[in-house]
Design a protein around this ligand. Structure first.
Ligand code: F6R
Ligand code: MG
Ligand code: MG
Length: 365
């Protein structure tokens, strides 16, 4: 059996209006590009958006980090950018940090989550897509899905899950990685992933099946650009069922909104609100941060779907809780912990204010 690669590549190349959504012309330009230039490269694709981010969901047989696939995505974003410029949309070309493509789209601005695997007799996958937040936003739900038996009954009940999962964690500051074998290293794992601004779960592997189960995008745009560009608005792919979390176990962590960094100006904590495609347009204080979950069945690499999971009324209550949390957080205004801690505000006006006041700073007697 040949392997299939699922590549999800995303970028914000212009908002409509402000940073809230993506104009349909941009989606059409990206789709058109994949349709015409993806011939002979892609098996299938789906183009969508969450908030102001365009999501290219693609299948092919060329493996991860393939130059042709990355170039195809880069050029699709360029085509959308041209349309964004023509319509004078906000922040046209925002995430494309380079003037030219050089072999791999990673490091050039767009977010990338890719996995290669042998398609099982039935292959359900979920693509999670978030806006107004950072890659560490996946730490909490990935922990719940793959390590918490109170979330995932399969860890207790399914013999193919009982041995647990390996978590590959990346240190985004030092550019190092480490694998934790869980459940026995759960407490060690939590020391790191409880700090989602620095340590991010990159991938999860089934110990029984020896297969990849989940992978996320983990770049930090601001660290790459050296200035504030926006939060990374990450994506996550999760394979489900038959030794992986059931679809419902993968969705369950989002029933209680957790607190993530991002929101207005990428500088605030707030709830991650699960929502359907129709509701994926962050408005209030440019938020609150959103997450969408699209389910697909793969069939010889074809993407059968999407199924818009968070459109379900079962997530209405999570949205209500997120709205109540948003009220509460907003009442804090510019005070921490609604506003991010100082070290996270590195690329905002904060260093300039500190510089301006440096001369007036006196030692305390
Ligand atoms: C957050 C985001 C928005 C903008 C805000 C200010 O990721 O994109 O909240 O930061 O709308 O945007 P500018 O600085 O472009 O006016
Ligand atoms: Mg934007
Ligand atoms: Mg965005």
């Amino acid at each position: 059996m040949s392997k299939v690669t699922l590549s999800v590549i995303k970028a914000d190349v212009g908002g409509f209006v402000g940073h809230s959504s993506v104009h349909q012309n941009l989606l059409a330009a990206a789709k058109d590009h994949l349709e015409t230039r993806g011939k002979g490269l892609l098996i299938d694709f789906h183009v969508d958006h969450v908030g102001d981010d365009i999501e290219l969901i693609m299948t092919h047989s060329l493996g991860v980090d393939n130059e042709d696939i990355h170039k195809l995505a880069w050029d699709a974003f360029l085509a959308a950018t041209a349309e964004a410029k023509r319509l004078k949309l906000y922040g046209a070309g925002q995430d494309l940090l380079s003037d030219s493509f050089s072999g791999n789209i990673k490091g050039l601005g767009p977010g990338v989550a890719e996995m290669e695997f042998e398609e099982r007799p039935s292959e359900p996958v979920i693509v999670f897509m978030a806006d107004k937040t950072e890659p560490g936003a996946w730490n909490y739900p990935l922990y719940k899905m793959f390590a918490d038996p109170f979330n995932t009954a399969g860890l207790v009940i399914d013999p193919k899950m009982h041995k647990g999962f390996d978590f590959e964690v990346h240190d985004l500051i030092e550019h190092k990685k480490v694998v934790f074998h869980c459940p026995e290293e759960l407490y060690d794992l939590l020391v790191f992933i409880g700090a989602p601004g620095r340590y991010c779960v990159k991938s999860v592997y089934s110990r029984t099946l020896g297969e990849i189960a989940a992978t996320s995008s983990t770049q930090r745009l601001n660290l790459m650009a050296g200035r504030y560009v926006g939060k990374d608005d990450p994506v996550l792919i999760v394979r489900c069922q038959s030794g992986m979390p059931a679809v419902g176990e993968a969705l369950e962590p989002f029933s209680k909104p957790h607190i993530v960094a991002g929101w207005m100006r990428g500088s605030h904590h707030g709830p991650l609100m699960p929502c359907g495609a129709e509701q994926a347009i962050p408005t209030r204080f440019d938020g609150p941060p959103r997450v969408m979950a699209f389910g697909f069945q793969l069939s010889q690499g074809k993407l059968i779907g999407p199924q818009d999971f968070f459109a379900d009324v079962a997530f209405d209550r999570a949205r209500q809780i997120a709205n109540e949390m948003a009220d509460y957080f907003r009442s804090m205004g510019p005070f921490e912990p609604h506003r991010l801690g100082l070290e996270e505000l590195e690329y905002t006006t904060m260093p300039e204010v500190l510089k301006k006041l440096a001369g007036r700073m006196e030692p305390i007697e």
